[in-house]
Design a protein around this ligand. Structure first.
Ligand code: PBG
Length: 326
């Protein structure tokens, strides 16, 4: 059957028909909102490279979380900027560290109504800006695992629901699962940044979180963008090590990885719509070249259509209002 018997436009004729035919329905509850908590601040400071995004002092995160919940979003992920950095990133596991305090504040206020996730990585806490301990120019895998275990347990102790290791160290999921279980946190879940690519789209974030590597690059631990099989192997390994959720990051240049992972694994898949993907839309919108809202909704629908269950996105702060107006 073909034209004139088939007319695809029949079902596109009215808004009601179009809505009826839509298969991807983006919901605020699919989204996870990143927050930057900075121990050095008294008031919120705009992030230059990420328009309308802020570094927040501890005393504002309760209100920020309330705003996020009011959008219908249920989850946030915390990144910390500590007062001091050192060779092993010890502030990352300090019980009075900035993320630990933030988790405690949020859990005291919102309890189980809010899913609190934490990024488990060292790059904001090390003087080198690397995600692991550096010795003679090398990022050391196994000594870093020892530190990551402590970081994850300290977050769980503060009340985090989900810890998210993002350092791309081999064995990080296994080590963290063991450490959590040994400390009595068998209910704390792990969202693994499994397929994390060395990406130019992280630049605005590095400016926001002050975590750019001081020398070298992250290419000896994050993946190169030319290999999909390697990404699927990373995901497979993390699933076998006990990851509850796996992640592909960034999202837009890697929709094929999300799609392949979706068809191969039956675990929840998250995608990180990273800082560069956010800032590109913002920059174009500011120039009047794109409609920010329409572009963001189209991008998020695309990520979901590729197969992501959850999307970490800086647009989560605004999404509730946008979806209501759709
Ligand atoms: C830290 C980390 C990074 C991001 C999330 N966790 C930066 C990096 O690996 O350099 C990037 C997030 C974004 O760009 O939005 N390991």
């Amino acid at each position: 059957m073909t034209y004139p018997n088939v007319r695809m436009r029949r079902l596109r004729r009215t808004p009601a028909l179009r809505t009826m035919m839509q298969k991807i329905n983006l919901q605020p509850a699919d989204l996870i909102c990143p927050l930057f908590v900075d121990e050095n601040l008294k008031k919120a400071v705009p992030i230059e490279s990420m328009p309308e995004y802020y570094r927040l002092p501890l005393n504002t995160i309760r209100d920020e979380a309330k705003h996020i919940l009011s959008q219908g979003v249920k989850a946030l992920i915390l990144f910390g900027l500590p007062r001091t950095k050192d060779g092993i990133g010890s502030q990352a596991y300090a019980q009075d560290g900035v993320v630990q305090k933030a988790v405690a504040v949020l859990k005291a206020e919102f309890g189980d109504d809010l899913v609190v996730m934490t990024d488990v990585c060292l790059c904001e806490y090390t003087s080198t800006g690397h995600c692991g301990i550096v010795k003679d120019g090398e990022i050391m895998n196994d000594p870093t695992l020892e530190v990551l275990r402590k970081v994850a347990v300290s977050h769980a102790q503060s009340g985090a629901d989900i810890v998210a290791p993002s350092g791309m160290m081999d064995g990080q999921v296994k080590s963290i699962r063991e450490a959590l279980d040994e400390s009595g946190f068998c209910q704390t879940a792990i969202m693994a940044y499994s397929a994390k690519f060395a990406s130019s789209f992280y630049s605005p974030f590095r400016n926001a979180a002050e975590c750019a590597p001081q020398s070298g690059s992250r290419k000896s631990y994050q993946m190169g963008f030319g290999n999909a099989e390697e990404a699927l192997r990373e995901i497979e390994i993390d699933v076998s090590e006990g990851a509850d959720i796996v992640m592909v990051k960034p999202a837009l240049a890697y929709l094929d990885i999300i799609s392949a992972a979706r068809s191969r694994f039956n675990v929840p898949i998250a995608a990180y719509n990273v800082s560069g993907e956010y800032s590109m839309v913002k920059a174009a919108a500011r120039n009047g070249w794109l409609d920010e809202r329409q572009a963001a909704l189209e991008i998020l629908a695309g990520i979901k259509r590729a197969g992501a269950d959850l999307i970490i996105t800086y647009f989560a702060r605004d999404i509730g209002a946008w979806l209501k107006q759709e």
